[in-house]
Design a protein around this ligand. Structure first.
Ligand code: PAF
Length: 281
C-alpha cells in the first residue's frame, strides 16, 4: 500500500494504479462504516485509493475541528489490512496553499437542513471533493447514506460539472443497538452513548407508524419529538420529513421521503436519517 502526503506524489502513484480506480474520501478515525465502503470499492474496481484529510473548510467557527478524532497510524494499519492500494494523507497547507481562492458552491441541495444550520459546510465539502476527484481521477467514488445530504450535494456537483465518475452510496452501518456509526461517537461518554440510541429509535418509530398508514408529516414529526424528549440528555436541533431529491419539507409523507434529524446529546451534535421505503402497492 502506497501512503503519500503530497499531491505530486499522489499523482505519481495514481499512474501505477490499475483501472478502474475506486475512491473512498474520509476524514480518518475509520470505523466499520468506512470499511464497508472500502470493501465494496475493492469488489467493484481493480484498485482502491483512500484519502484521510480532516478538511478545515467544512467546519464552522466553534465546531469540533480541533478535537475531531485523529489516529493516522491506526487508520493506515486498518487500510493495509483491508487491501487498499493507495492512501493520500495531505496536510492543510498542501490542500489550501496561502493563495487559494477558488470555492465550489452547490446551491440548492446545500441550503436546507445541515446547510442551514452549518453555513459554509457544504461549500467546504464540495470544494475538497472536487479537488480530491481531480487528483485521484476515480471511476467510482463511495459515500455512506449516513450523510444523506452530502450525497445529494456531491451527486449534483458531479452532474453539473460533468465529472466522469459514478457516485456509489451504501447503507448506514449501525451498532447492534441501532446507533449509526460515526467518528464523532468517540466523543460520547458512557451515559451519552446510551442516550444516543434515541435518534435511531425515533427513526424506527416514524417508519413503523408510516408502515401502519400514518402519512401526516406533522404527526410523525411530533411523535418523533415526543420520543426524543423522553431522553433527558437529548436536545432536538431539527426533525425533517423531506422530499428525497429536493429536500423540500413534506406535508404528506409519501415514499420515497428522507426522514432526517439532528440531535444534541449533551454537547455532541449527532445526525441520522432513514429513507422511507416505496409503498408496497
Ligand atoms: O464525509 C466525510 O468524511 C467528509 O465530508 C468528506 C467527504 C471526506 C469530505 O471531507
Amino acid at each position: 500500500m502506497d501512503t503519500v502526503r503530497t499531491i505530486a506524489a499522489m499523482r505519481l502513484v495514481r499512474t501505477q494504479l490499475a483501472e478502474p480506480v475506486g475512491f473512498v474520501p474520509t476524514m480518518g478515525s475509520l470505523h466499520e462504516g468506512h470499511l464497508s465502503l472500502i470493501r465494496r470499492a475493492l469488489v467493484d474496481n481493480a484498485s482502491v485509493a483512500v484519502s484521510i484529510f480532516v478538511n478545515p473548510t467544512q467546519f464552522g467557527p466553534g465546531e469540533d475541528l480541533m478535537r475531531y478524532p485523529r489516529d493516522i497510524p491506526r487508520d493506515l494499519a486498518m487500510l493495509a489490512n483491508e487491501g487498499a492500494d493507495a492512501v493520500f494523507v495531505p496536510d492543510a497547507a498542501e490542500m489550501y496553499p496561502t493563495n487559494f481562492t477558488t470555492w465550489v458552491t452547490v446551491e440548492k441541495p446545500s441550503e436546507r437542513l445541515e446547510g442551514a444550520v452549518r453555513p459554509g459546510h457544504f461549500r467546504g465539502v464540495a470544494t475538497i471533493c472536487a479537488k480530491l476527484f481531480n487528483i485521484i481521477r476515480p471511476a467510482r467514488v463511495y459515500f455512506g447514506q449516513k450523510d444523506a445530504q452530502q450525497v445529494l450535494v456531491i451527486k449534483r456537483l458531479a452532474t453539473d460539472l460533468n465529472l466522469d465518475l459514478d457516485i456509489v452510496t451504501l447503507p448506514t452501518v449501525r451498532a447492534p443497538d441501532g446507533l449509526a456509526l460515526s467518528s464523532r461517537n468517540a466523543y460520547l461518554g458512557v451515559e451519552e452513548r446510551q442516550a444516543a440510541t434515541v435518534l435511531s429509535r425515533a427513526l424506527r418509530l416514524a417508519e413503523t407508524r408510516w408502515l401502519a398508514g400514518e402519512r401526516r408529516a406533522d404527526v410523525l414529526r411530533r411523535e418523533m419529538a415526543e420520543l426524543i424528549q423522553t431522553e433527558p440528555m437529548a436536545q432536538i436541533d431539527y426533525i425533517s420529513f423531506a422530499d428525497g431529491e429536493t429536500l423540500t419539507e413534506l406535508e404528506t409523507a409519501s415514499a420515497p421521503a428522507l426522514i432526517s434529524l439532528a440531535v444534541y446529546i449533551g454537547q455532541n451534535r449527532l445526525i441520522d436519517n432513514l429513507v422511507l421505503p416505496q409503498a408496497p402497492y
